[in-house]
Each structure stands twice: as structure tokens, then as C-alpha cells.
Design a protein around this ligand. Structure first.
Ligand code: NDP
Ligand code: 2IT
Length: 448
């Protein structure tokens, strides 16, 4: 499957051991494909067993979370924290709360996080966690009891210099607050052990906005290289959560018109441009369905079923919901309708067939681990502020975020060019992210 015997051997061994983890294998395969020329040029990678080590998490913690619902009934969920790689810093990555969560999903996210965090240039290793708990329809008290029980176990494995979790699907400001409160109670310690905290207790300004803004800053660099900009472009954004909302705000500020957004039930089309404040109100305040956008903007249209969003003609597509939400056929529809550039706000939203379709049609494609790195980068900035016991202004953080996204784009472009794959940002992101971690692992030796 790979040209390199080394890549084949490691991948086949991994696939045999993890046959029941399709998302994890998908994420590893994509990285390995990009590493072909690097493996050929650098024999020290095989000599040091880097690939065998990098695909194996340093530690997997899997545990039970029991809690009591409002009816007094005992509920049980499964949870994980996967500490994947600490070569360049403490483990860092979000916590996902969604009924679809299993070990394969957390492993794919943790694996991707290693390279994403490396690309930010900040000292953060890769980790991820979560639970199959479904926050939808739960009362605030149920969320609080779940989070407290979750943290009661998690607390023994994390710490500001060990492992620093944050938000992801289903984990926002409310959940981070309950998790932080419980950690503080258990440890009697007020530290930057989580990021995405509220502004009144150590959170960073612009962290809420960071992932969505970052995706647009990355897209801005892509468009610049195509001698164009957001101005006058039609933009389609899937999802309507944290990443999607602030991608909508920034794309609009930069002159684009966001015409469609979705949730897991369906999508809305507003030819006059979606007002991000309405989506924010629906999702962050009311925790309602996107369908209710029509109560605010009756001229908009709602279509049942979330995948149909990719049939909306647009210049720019930003998938910001979840993994494998955009397949090869849907990519071909976007291409036929004239899409020019795609940047991934979600983690691994495009299937391998979709990525191949975009690349062979000459659509500029920004992969998740580069394009959505603004969230974790700003988490890194929150950690710095917590350590210094200082708070920077919104503009200061936003400016740093912008600088980091411009640098990530440059690193991806430069790494791709170094290996004669000009314009292939997927290869560039994987190579640039990998090289730093690889070097740190070699310097630190093997524990016999
Ligand atoms: P939220 O929980 O805030 O929003 C998730 C959105 O995606 C919702 O609109 C949700 O719809 C939709 N969605 C989730 N799962 C599915 C599914 N299985 N099928 C269809 N739609 C789905 O999460 P975020 O915005 O934080 O995360 C979105 C993506 O971005 C994820 O892939 C996450 O890993 C990634 N990401 C997040 C970062 C962050 O800082 N938050 C940083 C980098 C990446 P519904 O409400 O109907 O469930
Ligand atoms: O996928 C991601 O990068 C995140 N969910 C954010 C992680 C973080 O630590 O801020």
C-alpha cells in the first residue's frame, strides 16, 4: 500500500492490532501517506523506531462515570483520557461529550492533536478525552453532576504541567466551569489545569472565538495565494457550534457572505447572509435547533437532513461539524457547483475520497490539523497567561492568534515545497507537524 517497506510494516501491524478502530486507522493512514518522502530521506526515523512509537499512545485511561439523573436514577457512562505523546510538552487536547464517542474516535483525535499542537509552535503534546454521555436534553444539574463525577476520576491523571484538557463537541463554557470547580475542590489548587475557562476565573479573551477565527485566518492566506480574498465570496459552513459560529462571524467581517449552516437535523439557507448573532442566541443561549432560525429570519429556508448542505453552490466551504461529514460524492457536487477553496474547521470532516477529489480538481484544500489549530494555539496562550498570572487584552490575543495562523500556513507550504509537493497543504501539515515531534523524540532517547 505504501512505497516504503517501513511504512507498510508499521501500518499493517497497527491495522491488525486495531481492526475495530476505523477512524484511528484512517487518521494514521493519512499521515503515513504524507511521510513517504520523509522516510526515504531520513533513515534515522526507522533506526529510532519513531513510527512504531508515535502510533502507540503513551497512556490510555479508560473509566466508568456514574451519576444520578433528575429522576433519581443511576446512570453509567464510559470515559477516556488518551495521553498520546508528550515529546514536546504536556499532553493537551479537548474533551468530547457525544453519544458516538468510543476509543477509536478519541484515539484518532489524540493522534491528530500531536501534529496540530506541534504546528502551533507552542510547547504542547497531544492528548484527547471524552465520554459517550449525551448532553442533549439534560438539565444544568444533570450536566453538573456528570461533570463532577467525570472529574473525580480524571483529576488524578491531569495537571497544569502534565495534561491540560479543554472543550470539544458537547463541552463548552458551562461544562469547563463545572469540571474546573470540581478539580479545584479535589486538589485545593487554583491552576491553569483546563483551558476555555470563563473570563472571571482565568479564561483567556478570544479563546471562545479562536478556532472559528483561526480557520478564516488560514483561509485568508490560502485565498491570498490564489490572488483573491473573502470579499464577495459565497461561504457554506456546516455545523452551528463553537467553531461554526465564530467562523461565520469572521468570514462575514472579512467580506464573505455565509449563506448556509447546519446542525445534525438539517440546514438553513439565507441568501441575504446569515447573522451569526442569531445562531449564537439559538445555540449558546437557548440550546435550540437551527430550524428556529426561521422564527428570526422568515425569508430563510430550512431543509431537513444535514448532509444536503453540500449541494448549496458556494465559492468557499468550511466543514465545521464532525468527522467524515463530507464524502467523495458530496465533494464532487461542491466541485461541480464551482467551489474554489475548502478549509476544515472540524477534525477529519472530509473522507479520504473527498480530499482526493478536491486535490485532483485543483480546489485549494486546508487540512484540519493546520486550519483548526487556532483553538488549541489560543489554549496555549491561556496557559501562558495563567502561568504568568496575567490577562492579555482581546486584541493582543487575537493578534497573536493571527500571527500563529499565518506561520502555520507558511510552515505547511514550505514543508510541501521542500519535498516537491508544492501546494499540497495536507502533506505539508503532516510533515511540518511530524518533524518537530520526531526530532524531540530522538533527542530524548528510548526508555529500555
Ligand atoms: P459543538 O458541540 O459546539 O458543535 C458541534 C456542531 O456539529 C453542532 O452543530 C452539532 O449539531 C454538529 N454535529 C456534531 N456531531 C454531529 C454528527 N455526528 N452529525 C452531524 N452534525 C454533528 O462543537 P465544536 O464546534 O467545538 O466542534 C466542532 C468540530 O470542530 C469538531 O470536529 C471538533 O473536534 C472540532 N474542533 C473544535 C475546537 C474547539 O476549540 N472547540 C478546536 C478544533 C477543532 P447538533 O447540535 O445537532 O449535535
Ligand atoms: O481539536 C482541538 O484542537 C480542540 N478541541 C481544542 C483543544 C484545546 O486544548 O484547546
Amino acid at each position: 500500500m505504501f512505497k516504503s517497506e517501513y511504512l507498510n510494516r508499521v501500518y499493517e501491524g497497527l491495522a491488525a492490532r486495531n481492526a475495530h478502530e476505523p477512524e484511528f486507522l484512517q487518521a494514521v493512514r493519512e499521515v503515513f501517506e504524507s511521510l513517504e518522502p520523509v522516510i526515504a530521506a531520513r533513515p534515522e526515523i526507522e533506526k529510532n523506531g519513531i513510527l512504531e512509537r508515535i502510533v502507540e499512545p503513551e497512556r490510555i485511561v479508560s473509566f466508568r462515570v456514574s451519576w444520578v439523573d433528575d429522576a433519581g436514577k443511576v446512570q453509567v457512562n464510559r470515559a477516556w483520557r488518551i495521553q498520546f505523546n508528550s515529546a514536546i510538552g504536556p499532553y493537551k487536547g479537548g474533551l468530547r461529550l457525544h453519544p458516538s464517542v468510543n476509543q477509536s474516535i478519541i484515539k484518532f483525535l489524540g493522534f491528530e492533536q500531536i501534529f496540530k499542537n506541534s504546528l502551533t509552535g507552542l510547547p504542547m503534546g497531544g492528548g484527547k478525552g471524552g465520554s459517550d454521555f449525551d448532553p442533549k436534553g439534560k438539565s444544568d444539574n444533570e450536566i453538573m453532576r456528570f461533570c463532577q463525577s467525570f472529574m473525580t476520576e480524571l483529576a488524578r491523571h491531569i495537571g497544569p504541567d502534565t495534561d491540560v484538557p479543554a472543550g470539544d463537541i458537547g463541552t463548552g463554557a458551562r461544562e469547563i466551569g463545572y469540571l474546573f470547580g470540581q478539580y479545584k475542590r479535589l486538589r485545593n489548587e487554583f491552576t491553569g489545569v483546563l483551558t476555555g475557562k470563563g473570563l472571571s476565573y482565568g479564561g483567556s479573551l478570544a479563546r471562545t472565538e479562536a478556532t472559528g477565527y483561526g480557520v478564516c485566518y488560514y483561509m485568508q492566506e490560502m485565498l491570498h495565494d490564489m490572488d483573491t480574498s473573502f470579499a464577495g465570496k459565497q461561504v457554506v459552513i456546516s455545523g452551528s457550534g463553537n467553531v461554526a459560529i465564530y467562523a461565520c462571524q469572521k468570514a462575514t467581517q472579512l467580506g464573505g457572505k455565509v449563506i448556509a449552516m447546519s446542525d445534525s437535523n438539517g440546514y438553513i439557507v439565507d441568501e441575504n447572509g446569515i447573522d451569526y448573532q442569531v445562531i449564537k442566541e439559538i445555540k449558546e443561549v437557548k440550546r435550540a435547533r437551527i430550524k428556529t432560525y426561521l422564527d428570526y429570519v422568515p425569508s430563510a429556508k430550512y431543509v431537513e437532513g444535514c448532509r444536503g448542505i453540500w449541494s448549496t453552490p458556494c465559492d468557499i466551504a468550511l466543514p465545521c461539524a464532525t468527522q467524515n461529514e463530507l464524502n467523495g460524492e458530496e465533494a464532487k457536487t461542491l466541485i461541480a457547483n464551482g467551489v474554489k477553496a475548502v478549509a476544515e474547521g472540524a477534525n477529519m470532516p472530509s473522507t479520504p475520497e473527498a480530499v482526493a477529489a478536491f486535490q485532483s480538481a485543483g480546489v485549494m484544500f486546508g487540512p484540519a490539523k493546520a486550519a483548526n489549530a487556532g483553538g488549541v494555539a489560543t489554549s496555549g496562550l491561556e496557559m501562558s497567561q495563567n502561568s504568568q498570572r496575567l490577562s492579555w487584552s482581546f486584541d493582543e490575543v487575537d493578534e497573536k492568534l493571527h500571527g500563529i495562523m499565518v506561520n502555520i500556513y507558511k510552515s505547511c507550504k514550505e514543508a510541501a515545497a521542500r519535498y516537491n509537493m508544492e501546494g499540497n497543504l495536507v502533506a505539508g501539515a503532516n510533515i511540518a507537524g511530524f518533524e518537530k515531534v520526531c526530532e524531540a523524540m530522538i533527542w530524548q532517547g528510548v526508555a529500555y
